[in-house]
Design a protein around this ligand. Structure first.
Ligand SMILES: [Ca+2]
Ligand SMILES: [Ca+2]
Length: 384
């Protein structure tokens, strides 16, 4: 079981890096405006620093590439007229961070009808020469400044450009242990999604994955757009329906016709393929929601602009006439209290009711800004 053992070591390493990265911010964070109407202070009373979600680590060079703001095109976008809605959990699957449900107003905005595709991301890379976070070798001299004093250098073999790839076990596993189905894969990145030797030939219309929050921000800037706020994303996902669990209504995800690319069967070792897709599907493979948005539920998780704070709704819900909230000004996840995290929404091909039910309108996910994974992508919005 040498491979498993290596993974365990690596995950511990990544965990250490996540913790260590908490107080360090890259010199440039594209678009990282923090204009929250409230201030949330750190409530670091949580003792545990268990690794609850795999993450990568910050690489300064990955965030310093200059991207010139591009000219906006509304091709492939739809305009959503603003409105007021109830934001937050709709059923007993909701996690504590989805409560309380609270009234939010968002102004109108344009939004991509689909997740950003490989073809679109390839155009961006071709035009800018951009290098994604996953393609950069970690710099130990930089990393160790962010780790507890005396931390030993990990094996050189782990300090390589890499990303997190789904690796299904052949047996049931403890769902609290992510390392059972995530592998740190050398060479995995947006155009080599399974690592060296893999490619995206014929997959121009699949969502781009293995992109960090920085990568998503860079693309948005190049496209003259931005990432959606969490409130905009949820308003868009609801598709004009009120207080429904899913973007299509309340019919359970595995009843009736397949409505989103998710995981059917026993996650993560058995997939019945009821929706015909084991991994990501081409965008527009499932019906759009009421606003004409495809795969807003499922397929790949989508980065939002907002920082993640587990207590955010509790605090912000006390504000009357809440309009265009932009998230807290400080990140806090009790699972990893020292990590700076951003919100992700919508679930992925790995979600099912046994596990995360990520395809619910209100489900909140979070990850460090430098994390890239096989099930994570994004879509963009613009104000005009
Ligand atoms: Ca599927
Ligand atoms: Ca999606």
């Amino acid at each position: 079981m040498k491979i498993r053992s290596d993974y365990a070591i690596l995950f511990i390493f990544v965990c250490m890096l996540l913790i260590s990265c908490s107080n360090t911010t890259p010199s440039k964070k594209p678009g990282a405006k923090k204009t929250s109407p409230i201030s949330i202070t750190d409530t670091s009373t949580v003792k545990s620093c268990c690794l609850k979600a795999p993450g990568r680590f910050e690489t300064k060079t990955g965030t310093n590439q200059t991207i010139i703001e591009g000219k906006l095109s509304h091709q492939g976008m739809v305009y959503i007229k603003g409105g007021t809605f109830q934001m937050g959990g709709d059923n007993n699957q909701a996690a504590p961070d989805e409560y309380p449900k609270h009234k939010v107003t968002v102004d109108g905005f344009w939004i991509d009808q689909t997740e950003v595709t490989n073809g679109q991301f390839a155009e961006f890379v071709k035009a800018t020469g951009y290098i994604t976070t996953a393609e950069l070798k970690p710099d130990w001299e930089e990393l160790k400044k962010q780790l507890p004093p005396g931390t030993q250098k990990p094996d050189e073999s782990t300090l390589v450009p890499a990303s997190l790839v789904f690796a299904a076990p052949d047996h049931e596993v403890n769902l609290s242990d992510y390392s059972q189905w995530w592998a740190w894969k050398e060479g995995a990145c947006w155009n080599h999604p399974q690592g060296k030797g893999s490619d995206i030939s014929g997959k121009d219309n699949y969502p781009v994955v293995h992109v960090s929050w920085y990568d998503a921000q860079a693309y948005c800037k190049w496209a003259g757009k931005r990432l959606p706020t969490e409130a905009e994303w949820e308003f868009a996902s609801r598709g004009g329906l009120e207080n429904k669990i899913y973007s299509w209504g309340n019919e359970k995800v595995d009843e009736g016709e397949p409505k989103a690319n998710s995981w059917q069967g026993n996650f993560p070792n058995q997939n019945t393929l009821r929706d015909h897709y084991y991994g990501a599907s081409p965008v527009k493979s499932f019906k759009p929601n009421g606003y004409g948005l495809y795969d807003i539920s499922g397929n790949v998780w989508e980065w939002c602009a907002d920082l993640y704070h587990s207590e955010y709704y509790k605090l912000i819900s006390k504000i009357a006439n809440l309009r265009n909230p932009k998230g807290p000004d400080k990140s806090y996840d009790p699972d990893e209290p020292y990590a700076v995290k951003r919100v992700l929404r919508g679930g992925s091909f790995l979600c099912n009711d046994r596990y995360c039910s990520g395809y619910r309108n209100a489900r909140r996910m979070k990850s460090t800004e430098d994390t890239s994974m096989e099930h994570t992508g994004f879509r963009c919005v613009s104000d005009n």
